[in-house]
Ligand binder design. Structure first.
Ligand code: ATP
Ligand code: MG
Ligand code: MG
Length: 548
């Protein structure tokens, strides 16, 4: 296989391992359990777990659960399921909330070193005193409280003596720093809220910046990889580690995944769910991992996508069609070919007198052994696609028209002899004759036809509901549009065909199965299916049909 060049993080890791800076590579994936994971998270998962698969060491799964208000056990469980589905195994399942005692003692240590203080200024006052990027801030009047007073107030904050917002704990760094985050950042706040794991034990919670790096350090994470928004946080990350004299984890930043025609923040995806604009987190139109799974994406195709987009240091926007390309590539090799008619019209073979016969179809010409075969029942009454017949054929029309011949896939050549219309002028039946010597696999007719169409036998067909999907948003960049991103939802992102006809072999489809409905795209069974009613999702069309 071809030699791939290293991404910049792999280069750093290789250097750090070969120089002996670290003996064992340790990475982590640190989701906040405040929603379901999306394709952007998949990129971070593939990167973090991919590094330790390649270079040894291990990856922790750490739930970054320091905000009690937004976090839920439901999300913890779904996030674990999604990571496993992608094919990765973590070494330790950890929770930032398990470090609350430790983080509290870190805060006390900073106070004792004269590097943190309790402030009682209002939020507005704090904001005003912070200054602007071009002008230095002003010290809080509480900045020089004694260590004893700070310890006493912080203890009472922890004990629940104060209401939300009355006091905060701040790091004492530099109100004139050019980095606004270094201007005495808040590190603890009072929040009387129940936490999904620690219950009501705590009423003070650490801020992200006081939890993340310290959690990395506690776990001896060697390379803490995050997205570019955190570049300006790195100085603070290093400051805490230095002043606390703890294991020196290092933060590295890469460009997040941005994808066209969708949104990717959990907060926005939650709005779509809560406002019933989609059918749950795993709606097949959602960019969530669970949505992609339900849509029929395979773990391999998602990993392949993450591999192809690469790891960069600069922001970019990836076309949704690349993700679709990756699933098409995978399913083209693995999906069995079957026949389904989505917009049926009746076709009658007037000279077919055998009643029915069993034809044999190859499951997958792209698979090594053809993917095996299956039985396809044939009879004199079939369903075909309405669009495969033209009463007055266009130029270069190779499908059915009065007097024209086509091959029925896996079956015979037929000739259109006549058709029937209803009182509204709609074609309701097509009458054909078939050429008995033209059977697929043993054709001695000597007739060459240019068109092949799919069909199902009317008396053997099963019915199914088919769901066709389009982009969730009409704008390529809904986040960047004026007004609310929800104003750009695509009203035609879901099209339901209540009664399509499918070949009987599909009655045994299971949720793992992937099928190419010949000429119609790749499909999978949806979890809404029951014994009485099958439901299929179209994962992707056969070709890129996005209007550009
Ligand atoms: P969101 O706004 O979607 O909730 P987040 O960064 O707040 O994103 P986290 O749960 O904190 O979500 O993310 C866990 C990890 O996934 C972080 O390390 C984060 O950098 C990474 N991540 C999140 N979104 C993306 C993305 N679009 N591309 C790459 N990595 C991402
Ligand atoms: Mg986050
Ligand atoms: Mg977030």
């Amino acid at each position: 296989s071809e030699e791939k060049s290293l991404n910049f993080i792999e280069e750093i890791v290789e250097n750090d391992l070969s120089s002996g800076k670290y003996e064992t590579l340790v990475t982590r994936f640190p989701p906040e359990p405040n929603g379901y994971l999306h394709i952007g998270h998949a990129k971070a998962i593939c990167l973090n777990f991919g590094l330790t698969q390649k270079y040894g060491g291990y990856t922790n799964l750490r739930f970054d659960d320091t905000n009690p208000v937004t976090e839920k056990t439901e999300y913890v469980n779904s996030q674990q399921e999604d990571i496993k589905w992608l094919g990765f195994n973590w070494k330790n399942e950890l929770y930032a909330s398990d470090y609350f005692d430790k983080l509290y003692s870190f805060a006390v240590k900073l106070i004792n070193k004269g590097l943190a203080y309790v402030d009682e200024s209002s939020a507005d006052e704090i904001a005003t005193l912070k200054g602007t990027p071009t002008e230095p801030g002003t010290d809080s009047p509480y900045r020089n409280r004694s260590i004893e007073e700070n310890l006493d107030l912080f203890t009472r904050m922890k004990n629940g003596d104060f209401a939300d917002g009355v006091y905060i704990l701040r790091a004492k760094i530099d109100m004139a720093s050019t980095n606004m985050l270094m201007r005495d950042p808040i590190i603890y706040r009072i929040k009387h809220a129940e936490h999904h794991r620690t219950g009501n034990k705590w009423c003070i919670y650490p801020m992200y910046d006081f939890a993340h790096g310290q959690s990395d350090s506690i776990e001896h994470i060697t390379h803490s990889i995050c997205t570019l928004e955190y570049v300006s946080h790195r100085e603070l990350y290093d400051w805490f580690i230095e002043k606390l004299e703890i294991f020196p984890s290092k933060q590295y930043e890469f460009a997040r995944l941005n994808l066209t025609s969708t949104v990717m923040s959990k907060r926005k995806l939650l709005q779509l769910v809560n406002e019933n604009l989609v059918n749950g987190w795993d709606d097949p139109r959602m960019p969530t991992i669970s949505g992609l799974r339900r849509r029929g994406f395979t773990p391999k195709s998602v990993r392949e996508f993450c591999e192809r987009i690469g790891i960069a240091k600069r922001e970019n926007l990836i076309e949704l069609s690349l993700l679709e390309f990756c699933i098409r590539e995978d399913l083209n090799k693995s999906a069995n070919r079957v026949m389904a008619v989505l917009d049926p019209i009746k076709l009658i073979i007037t000279n077919y007198e055998k009643g029915t016969e069993d034809l044999i179809g190859e499951n997958n010409p792209e698979a090594e052994d053809g993917g095996g075969t299956r039985v396809i029942p044939f009879s004199n009454e079939l369903w075909i696609e309405r669009e495969d017949f033209m009463e007055v054929p266009a130029k270069k029309w190779f499908r059915l028209a009065p007097g024209a011949m086509v091959r029925l896939k896996f079956a015979y050549i037929i000739k259109c002899e006549d058709f029937v219309k209803d009182e509204n002028g709609n074609v309701t039946e097509i009458h054909c004759t078939y050429i008995p010597e033209s059977k697929s696999g043993s054709d001695t007719s000597g007739i060459n036809v240019k068109g092949t169409i799919h069909w199902v036998s009317a008396q053997h067909a099963k019915t199914a509901e088919i769901r066709l999907y389009d982009r969730l948003f009409t704008s390529e960049t809904p986040d960047a549009e004026e007004g609310d991103f929800k104003d750009y939802l695509n009203p035609e992102s879901l099209k339901v065909i209540p009664n399509a006809y499918i070949e009987p072999a599909l009655a045994h489809a299971d949720l793992e199965g992937r099928y190419q409905f010949i000429r119609k795209g790749y499909f999978c069974l949806d979890k809404d299916s029951t014994n009485d009613k099958l439901v299929f999702n179209r994962t992707v069309t056969l070709k890129d049909t996005f209007k550009k």
